[in-house]
Design a protein around this ligand. Sequence first.
Ligand code: SF4
Length: 123
Amino acid sequence: VNRPCTRRRFVVRALKLGAVAALGAPLLARCGMDLGEDDDPRAQAEQYDADLRCTDTTGLLEAELKVRVENNYVQISPHEEHYCFNCLNFEEPAEPGTCGACDVVPGPIQPLGWCEAWLEIPG
Ligand code: SF4
């Protein structure tokens, strides 16, 4: 499953790299994207695999598991517009179709998931 190359994804990359001005053009070129594209989260969600399981918490410490539980992380978001894939805290998977990671919630993260620490991407 290929992840959409969206304006939000671009903004997150730039924010996390902390170099919007310097890296903007190269990132855009790499992304091959149009900044005017549709950013409808529901349409983007259709491009992810809802059957992907990101539940293996083997190796996590008890305190890390607690963070997962306390933030009410779920595999499939109950919201129409808020998902891990469009959360500022999301770390994209190394390979398309695999689990991502999160700056807040430890362990594997389903891109279609959600938790109470969801944070909107500025811009
Ligand atoms: S903070 Fe929550 S919603 Fe955001 S990526 Fe992490 S688990 Fe998903």
